[in-house]
Design a protein around this ligand. Structure first.
Ligand SMILES: [Zn+2]
Ligand SMILES: [Zn+2]
Length: 378
């Protein structure tokens, strides 16, 4: 087996060239499965929460279960940089750096395979569909999850705009909860000359546009609560017809799951009130539901200790990140911590079409996770 750092870089580049969208990561999962199998883990699971995978290495003595997570999915973004390992799939690319996370976690598994735990067990988890927010929840809901359920769970996310290898972490709320709301209003079309014979959703849409940004002001909870208007459309571009249909899309964001529940209730009430006022039919769909991610203080201490021991700069955050990450579903089933990992200043942001995960982070990320593993299980 090639055990060089270069093999991990090659693995990332290979994955980068063959990206797959959320819940379609079949080939990526098959590749990782094969590589994990070659490491001779004590237990190996597939098809967890979709195409999720887990390799388990057991110690001889009793001890805690420690889980490390990577994501498998790429994004529906056309890559706009010319790199030798450019995405071969038009319109799909690894713009969130999950290719790098996969290489880090595989490197960790490879190192654990030759330094097996003395006690407890370590679980190497590859989850699908992080970008849509349903992967981690599907893992936890899977009937196989009790077989791999950890006591402690760890994950990182690369974060450009910060010094390479800087570890950014905090106890308590770490990532926001987020959820998409799609409101459909239906009235009745009319001839443009006789709009009074129909029922247009135009004024209702105008109310929603004005009132949704103010929802959080009416909620008494001391945390960040946001509603961001995303999309609004009505009728057809046909000048002879007064419209019947309108669609309004908004993103809700909060620091805690309780805050999200309050936002959701307020948003639903506002939509119902508005539909009623204008006598329109209302349909509400929810999508891309991410739980808030809470970091356990003990796990944060482990991250800080491991990052410091491996020579990484640590920055303690005061505020949680506004972005959402579905790891919260896994850490809620155990104790857990996620940290952001600086991917270099002056770089494009994740989800930008010219972003590329820096290879130098692979060994760095691996070393921090291995240190956490060592502290718990060796
Ligand atoms: Zn992403
Ligand atoms: Zn991501």
């Amino acid at each position: 087996m090639d055990k060089s750092p270069q093999e991990l870089v090659k693995l990332r580049h290979h994955i980068h060239q063959h990206p797959e969208l959320s819940n379609e990561e079949v080939k990526t999962a098959a590749l990782i499965y094969e590589k994990l199998e070659a490491l001779n883990p004590d237990e190996l699971y597939k098809n967890i929460g979709g195409v999720g995978l887990a390799a388990v290495f057991n110690g001889d003595e009793p001890g805690p279960g420690i889980l490390f997570r990577s994501e498998l999915d790429a994004l529906p973004i056309d890559e706009t940089i010319d790199i030798p390992y450019r995405s071969k799939v038009k319109g799909v690319s690894h713009k969130c750096g999950h290719d790098g996370h996969m290489a880090i976690i595989y490197g960790l598994a490879r190192e654990i395979a030759t330094n097996r735990p003395k006690r407890g067990r370590v679980i190497i988890l590859y989850q699908p569909a992080e970008e849509t927010g349903d992967g981690a929840r599907a893992i936890v809901a899977d009937p196989q999850y009790p077989l791999i359920k950890p006591d402690y769970a760890f994950a990182l996310h690369n974060l450009p705009g910060n010094p390479v290898g800087q570890v950014m972490v905090k106890a308590g709320p770490f990532n926001c909860a987020s959820r998409g709301m799609i409101i459909n209003l239906t009235g009745y079309t009319a001839h443009a000359a006789y709009p009074e014979t129909g029922n247009s959703p135009a004024l209702a849409l105008a109310d929603l546009l004005q009132d949704f940004p103010k929802i959080a002001d009416g909620i008494e909870k001391d945390e960040l609560l946001m509603t961001t208007t995303i999309h609004a459309i009505m009728g057809e571009p046909a000048l002879g017809i007064a419209p019947a249909d309108a669609t309004f899309m908004v993103n809700l964001r909060s620091e805690s799951n309780e805050g999200m529940e309050m936002l959701v209730n307020a948003a639903r009430e506002l939509a119902e009130k508005t539909a009623k006022k204008y006598d329109l039919r209302l349909n509400i769909d929810w999508t891309e539901v991410f739980d808030a991610s809470q970091n356990d203080p003990e796990c944060v201490d482990q991250v800080v200790k491991a990052a410091t021991a491996t020579g990484h700069d640590v920055k303690m955050l005061e505020e949680p990140f506004r972005w959402a990450e579905d790891f919260g579903a896994i850490s809620a089933s155990a104790k857990g911590a996620m940290f952001a990992f600086g991917a270099g200043e002056g770089r494009p942001q994740i989800h930008n079409s010219d972003y590329d995960f820096p290879d130098e982070l692979i060994e760095k990320g691996k070393s921090i996770f291995f240190e956490i593993y060592k502290n718990y299980l060796l």
